[in-house]
Design a protein around this ligand. Sequence first.
Ligand SMILES: *Cc1c(COP(=O)(O)O)cnc(C)c1O
Length: 414
Amino acid sequence: MTAKKGFTTQSIHTSLPEKDAYNSLHMPVYDGVAYEFDSSEDIEDAFLGKKIAHAYSRTSNPTVEYFELKLKNITQSNGVVALSSGMCAISNTMLALVQRGENIVSSNHLFGHTYALLKNTIQSWGIEVRFVDMGNEEEVKNAIDENTRMLFFETITNPQLEIVDIEKISAIAHERDVVVVADTTVTPPYVFTSSDLGVDVEVMSTTKFISGGAAAVGGAVVDNGTFDWEKVPALNKWVESFQKNALIARIRKEIFRHLGGCMTAHTAHFLNMGLDILALRVDRCVQNCLDLGEFFTGEKQIVSVNYPGLASHPGHELSKKQFSNKPGAVMTIDLGSKEECYRFMDQLQIVRRATNLNDNKSLIIHPWSTIYSEFSDDEKIEMGIRDTMMRLSVGIEDVNDLKADFSQALANLG
Ligand SMILES: *Cc1c(COP(=O)(O)O)cnc(C)c1O
């Protein structure tokens, strides 16, 4: 029994790090803050890092550790840190790898708050960000210089739903010793093996697919163990003591510890359950999304349908190769005007008007007037947002009910 097991088997049967006192089959929720030691020497050893033990739940917690272990097993990665949110995972990774005076190359087609982090917050700390068209290899190449430490992109951009050739742009970054960091939120490890395509570090919002029904806000950093951390000046001191674990060690023992972005035990509990049934949910969502994509394509009031699972999408072939032909469950649809979008959304009875992605419930939103409302019209257009576009995150409902809901909303558009 040495063959690599499937995603779900692996997730469900990850052993607890220690035998439970009551032989619980399920990892308990350790809600406490502090952990006692048998002797003063033991507590000294723990603080010196000579003995690995939980001491205080901001720095580590058994239920959170079990989630990290599950994700590490599933991704076959070098190390995982769980944090309080997806934004916390992104910002901590950037702070761990990039110093003042260095730069990050990214795209302006990003989740809105990530774009704002890069555009405003990170730059105010003296880290430059160069925005390029990730689909243009020359532009990526030209933006990289000796101070570039990170290439950052989303596997499928939200809400533009663009897909780049990850293997190609990773190779460009690696030629110049630049770390490749991908936000894999919409393509969880069940459909995407990031290390196969040259991604060194995954950052993800576990709030979405992994939490299993929008149960808890959380995030994770996954280090694939593929980058030589000696090449990153910000990790020099950490490589000496922690070698291949330098990134995880710096996040855990410095950035994350000092900024305090810890995941709670309750959140980890939801994520542990969410991972066990992730594959089932993703399969259902993707199938529903495909069915709805075809349904909308046949509706004459719908001006355009955008989903990488459809042959009409320019990234369809890449999505088959990169994401096991399961390119998430988010699509966008356009109507003739913003007013029509509002009328359409207001008629819906099953699909909910809400932000968030990959809930078990189907959710719809008009990104122009909500998620991107802090940006000027010109900026929105540059980011690929249209005022005629709605973003639909498809859930696990019975697809005929979703179709019926959309049909009645279209019929009532007038
Ligand atoms: C939601 C989201 C984030 C932010 O995650 P939070 O858990 O809300 O902090 C980052 N990237 C992508 C692609 C997202 O969808």
